[in-house]
Design a protein around this ligand. Structure first.
Ligand SMILES: Nc1ncnc2c1ncn2[C@@H]1O[C@H](COP(=O)(O)OP(=O)(O)OP(=O)(O)O)[C@@H](O)[C@H]1O
Ligand SMILES: [Mg+2]
Length: 496
């Protein structure tokens, strides 16, 4: 005994101090609730009912499920911090990993967490963590009862043969200092409910469809699943491959979603997802059909770009690779092992190139070669990390006028001025505020107007010695006329 005392000191953490740090894992309300719902799904629930009850600063939130529930010893163990750690082996359907979620997610949002549960044929069991009590006693005292105000929140559980209710009281992050009578406060509370609803519909969308689907309801209204890939749309381009370097191999499926012109307004809005088209590009990392990451370029140094917003790539992780992929406690981040980066990047590069093509060419199925053969009037030029736009002096129309203009210097000056004064700032603000509002070239123009512009270029080709057929062919490779092949075909020699 003496010997041991010399070898080490036992220094358990101070309950009062550590309990506050536990609140700072980085959850927000939607990710915290998703972690609680994870547990319900792992417990085999077919229904998960979330209730948000508005009462100003005394508002409460609960999650009830009809999963297998817990016996008294199981419940006490479940309330322990780090009950089953990351090294414990897990059943394949288990969405848990750290043995923390129930506690860290809940206590990130509330100061009082009560769990009541029942296994089939067993009695209801209740346990409660109260942060103020832990702090006051500096001791991990797990209460065996709920407070009197809590009872109405367990009404549904009382009717179920088995299941669990997780109750959050003292929601200091959500409703501290809020007034029941204040309409603005109430409104904000309702808005947060909608954010949660959309987040859950996204994270669990796969688990919400099919034979063993779980039904999630928020204040009695079913949550709608959100599928990011529009795989059933005829204009979606699917790609698939797998990460061969990984053991086991990891399936990847890439999707280039349809150009906006091919979507109805409803489809376009649905495709935007909870955070919008721009944010939702990139990789989607699933772990046992539970979505961890919903659109991210995984630290490859690629920013989210307007032109790439049709690119979405699904990756399917088994729960045996959590460690390699550095799944975090809040289950909202994954970092691929460095050995897989090249493979991931090269698959993504294909999807990104195709997505850019579809975005710029109204969904015309151009091969990259064909796309690069198109002649444009404007050319982006990168200089010192900044992008400038130049008028292409080799464009046949520009070239011809430059050669034949009576005042060549004035024409040169005009081109220069056009280049120097593009209202870039205005355009970028407008496109950030309303990303899909920019018109395509000649979007609302009538055919005769387009034909008139086209004819001018046709004449240039003819004057260069092209035959009518050659001139029409050349028009097909000159933007934006490449998008109007039907008009090119109707160009008549006499009108031209
Ligand atoms: N709704 C529930 N129904 C049945 N058992 C539950 C429920 N919620 C939690 N448990 C039990 O409590 C344990 C601890 O849950 P907790 O979320 O803290 O950790 P975890 O799910 O194991 O891992 P993670 O930290 O990754 O979420 C679970 O492993 C499960 O056995
Ligand atoms: Mg969990």
């Amino acid at each position: 005994m003496q010997m041991q005392d010399e070898l080490f000191d036992t220094t358990p953490p101070h309950a009062a101090a550590i309990v506050e740090s536990l609140r700072a894992f980085g959850y927000d309300l939607p990710t915290a609730l998703a972690d609680v719902v994870d547990n319900s799904i792992s417990a085999g629930a077919r229904h998960v009912w979330l209730r948000f009850d508005w009462d100003g600063a005394a508002s409460v939130l609960s999650v009830t499920d009809d999963g297998h529930g817990m016996s008294a010893p199981e419940l006490v163990e479940a309330m322990r911090l780090g009950t089953r750690g990351p090294l414990a082996e897990r059943a394949p359907h288990d969405l848990g990993r750290f043995g923390l979620g129930l506690k860290t997610a809940s206590l990130s949002q509330c100061r009082r967490l009560t769990v009541r549960s029942r296994r089939a044929g067993d009695t209801l069991e209740t346990r409660c963590w109260d942060l103020d009590l832990i702090a006051a006693k500096n001791d991990w005292r797990l209460l065996r009862s709920a407070d009197a105000h809590a009872e109405p929140n367990f009404a549904r559980l009382a009717t179920l043969p088995n299941g669990t209710t997780v109750l959050w009281q003292q929601l200091d992050r959500l409703t501290r200092g809020q007034d029941t009578q204040n309409e603005k406060h109430h409104q904000r509370f309702l808005e947060r409910i909608e954010v949660v609803r959309r987040h859950l519909g996204m994270v669990f969308h796969r688990l919400m469809t099919g034979r063993d689907a779980v039904r999630i309801l928020v204040n009695e209204r079913p949550v709608e699943p959100w599928d990011p890939f529009m795989a059933d749309h005829p204009a979606t381009l699917p790609f698939s491959d797998e990460l061969r370097t990984s053991i086991p191999r990891i399936p990847m499926r890439g999707f280039v979603l349809p150009h906006f012109s091919k979507l109805t307004k409803t489809q376009h809005e649905a495709g935007a997802g909870p955070r919008g088209w721009l944010a939702h590009q990139g990789f989607y990392v699933y772990r046992r059909d539970r979505l961890l990451v919903a659109g991210d370029w995984l630290g490859f140094g690629w920013t989210k770009d307007e032109h790439l917003k049709l690119a979405r790539i699904a990756i399917e992780l088994p729960n045996t690779l959590d460690h390699e992929w550095q799944i975090n406690v809040t289950k909202s981040r994954a970092t691929p092992p460095s050995a897989l980066r090249d493979e991931l990047k090269s698959f993504a590069a294909t999807i990104r190139a195709r997505a850019k093509n579809v975005y710029t060419h109204r969904g015309a199925r151009l091969t990259p070669q064909a796309a690069s053969a198109i002649v444009h009037l404007w050319a982006p030029v990168a200089k010192h990390d900044r992008v400038f736009y130049q008028i292409n002096r080799e464009h046949p129309l520009v070239k011809q006028i430059a050669e034949t203009a009576p005042d060549k210097a004035a024409f040169g000056a005009l081109l220069r001025l056009l280049q120097e004064t593009i209202p870039l700032q205005h355009i970028s603000i407008a496109s950030t505020e309303k990303p899909d509002s920019q018109p395509e070239p000649f979007q609302d123009a009538a055919d005769p107007e387009i034909r008139e512009a086209m004819t001018q270029l046709y004449r240039v080709f003819r004057s260069m010695g092209h035959s009518p057929d050659e001139a029409r062919r050349s028009l097909r490779s000159h933007s934006p006329f490449d998008a109007f092949p039907h008009l090119i075909a109707t160009l008549e020699e006499q009108s031209a």
